[in-house]
Design a protein around this ligand. Structure first.
Ligand code: FAD
Length: 540
């Protein structure tokens, strides 16, 4: 297959164009596949998607983007963790889910030791330094050459609009064709393969392969090819966000947190994503439980005084995925393929993974497409179900009862059966790596009939722990106060004091070595200096 038309120029479209040009065309040096991208000049991008996970570093390095250039162009800051506030109880408590933990080798008993302790320290503080690094507002890297006792993984916060623009300019400079026009119709052949797309301003675009990156519209995968949608709203109740940007000229809180903050509110949660010149805040909520006006008022209250003239944008979304992301010669990447709400920042990651797997499964000819598509669909589906479990867990483990929303998310019918089976297992033993080798847990019978697995080989999906392994599960479980069956009496003062494991204790030295996050942003990236205004009301 020698030509590709990508329909849609949001982050998903440009991530895929840039990645495929990097991986298949040697960054434009050896054009094996002609890549064209059709972008509507009239339909705006969704322009959320500002927090990432570490896979973004792999993405930009394959594309060939120098990190400093990327960070300057997108107002990026470092992200080392997600800080969850008020999720377990509405009491000002928090825990971090950092990108790096420091476990004991050869046998890691961090979970057991902490469960047996008085829990005077948070679990992740006993087996990771990154929560302390984050709370001290330190960068994950140093600017001069010096050995750091432990390597801290990181990702970025960035301006979504600038990110897509930057990838566009980078790709076009390396041979990707940019067509600015609206999609009008899609022509298919008798076998249901896409032949061409017609536009309102250009000749029809013909290609061997087509990508649907048209966002929630799903013009190709849904409207043309009729692929159905698997809905996850039974397990994830949020379906809308209200969001605003707070410029540092007026709202600089005095620091740039090197992490995303996710604060549980009355009917959902607020993201707080710091960039070099502004913070993005957004309240992800369930429209069944709170009106848009009330959500907006709650978001403004989270920030505090002075936001009356800052406009708020409402972003509705649906959670779920297409039964097939790849059908015939069309692959849906980005929101057209599915979305599992922004907690844990997996939206851009799924576009990134879609691009990586497509490059790996790029068909040599038409005859090989079905085999590759079946495999691609299964690998992508595995990851969607993995994300569904993990995000679902953040909600269902809450002990909050202050609103109908938080009472609702704990009900058994709101917990998907595979997650229920995992949680039942982890009541009897802490999570370990072997939990991800085989996917049959007792109690999973209901899972078999819950979803239509016929499009992924008629077999249950596998959670390989590729995105979140047992260490991440432990982090959320114990952060949320999940107790094993042997521990119904809870922590008590009579137990041994909780303490850091030895490796973490040694690694704490990084606190004396790592520089301040803002210092790094200003010295390396030219971030401007701002006067401190006030700290947001909602910060814990
Ligand atoms: C509330 C919310 C918060 C999110 N937060 C995060 C986050 O923190 N981190 C993260 O990783 N992800 C996040 N995501 C997901 C992330 O925003 C998306 O994965 C990402 O922006 C990719 O979007 P997209 O390119 O698929 O869609 P869009 O940005 O909607 O792009 C669609 C493109 O298709 C084009 N198009 C549509 N119709 C036509 C037509 N008829 N003709 C031609 N072109 C057309 C549009 O012009 C546009 O260019 C969030 C999503 C939501 C809803």
């Amino acid at each position: 297959m020698r030509s590709l038309v990508i329909v849609g120029g949001g982050s998903a479209g440009w991530i895929t164009a840039a990645y495929l040009n990097g991986a298949l065309n040697d960054r434009g040096q050896n054009m094996k596949v002609k890549i064209s991208l059709l972008e509507s000049p009239d339909i705006p991008r969704i322009s959320v998607g500002e927090a990432t996970i570490p896979s973004m570093r792999h993405l930009i390095s394959v594309i060939g983007i120098p990190e400093v250039e990327f960070m300057r162009a997108t107002d990026a800051t470092f992200k080392q963790s997600i800080k969850y506030c008020n999720w377990a109880e509405n009491d000002g408590s928090h825990y971090h889910h950092p990108f790096t933990s420091v476990r004991e080798r050869p046998l890691d008993l961090s979970g057991e030791r902490w469960l047996e302790s008085d829990r005077s320290m948070r679990f992740m503080d006993t087996c990771a330094v990154q929560p302390a690094v984050c709370e001290a507002n330190l960068a994950p890297i140093i600017l001069r050459k010096q050995a750091v006792p432990t390597t801290l993984n990181y990702a970025y916060h960035m301006n979504a609009q600038k990110f897509a623009d930057y990838l566009r300019d980078f790709s076009v400079a390396r041979g990707v064709e940019h067509v600015q026009a609206n999609l009008v119709s899609v022509a298919t052949d008798t076998e249901g393969w896409i032949e061409s797309v017609s536009t309102d301003r250009t000749e029809s675009l013909h290609a061997d392969m087509f990508l649907d990156c048209t966002g929630f519209n799903g013009h190709l995968i849904s409207k043309t090819l009729g692929v159905g949608f698997e809905d996850y709203s039974q397990f994830l109740l949020c379906d809308r966000a209200v969001t605003m940007h707070l410029p540092y000229e007026r709202f600089y809180p005095g620091t740039v947190r090197p992490y995303t903050t996710a604060t549980a509110l009355s009917n959902g949660w607020a993201w707080d994503i710091p960039m070099q010149n502004q913070r993005s805040v957004g309240y992800v909520h369930s429209s069944q439980f709170i009106s848009e006006d009330d959500a907006e008022a709650e978001l403004r209250a989270y920030q505090g005084k002075g936001t009356e003239d800052i406009s708020v944008r409402s972003v509705p979304f649906k959670v779920g995925r297409r039964h097939q992301l790849w059908k015939a010669n069309c692959v849906a990447i980005g929101l057209s393929g599915g979305f599992i709400e922004p907690l844990e920042s997996t939206g851009l990651y799924l576009s990134d993974l879609g691009a990586v797997l497509l490059a790996e499964h790029w068909p040599a000819n038409k005859a090989s497409v079905q085999n590759l598509a079946d495999r691609y669909n299964r690998l992508m589906a595995n990851r969607y179900y993995e994300i569904l479990d993990f995000i679902n867990m953040h909600y269902c483990l809450t002990k909050r009862t202050d609103t109908a929303f938080w009472r609702e998310v704990q009900k058994p019918e709101r917990i998907n059966p595979r997650l229920q089976a995992k949680l039942a297992m982890w009541k009897t033993k802490p999570p370990t790596a072997h939990d991800f080798e085989d996917q049959w847990f007792n109690g999973m019978e209901a899972y078999e009939s819950l979803f239509d697995f016929s499009h992924i080989g008629g077999r249950l999906p596998i959670d390989t722990g590729a995105l979140w392994n047992h260490e991440s599960y432990e982090c959320i479980l114990y952060g949320m106060g999940f107790a094993p069956i042997t521990d119904q009496d809870g922590a008590s003062e009579a137990r041994p004091k909780s303490r850091r494991n030895q490796s973490t204790e040694r690694a704490m030295n990084v606190l004396n070595i790592l520089p301040d996050h803002v210092d790094v942003l200003s010295k390396a990236l030219g971030m401007k200096a701002y006067h401190k205004a006030y700290q947001p009301n909602g910060w814990v």
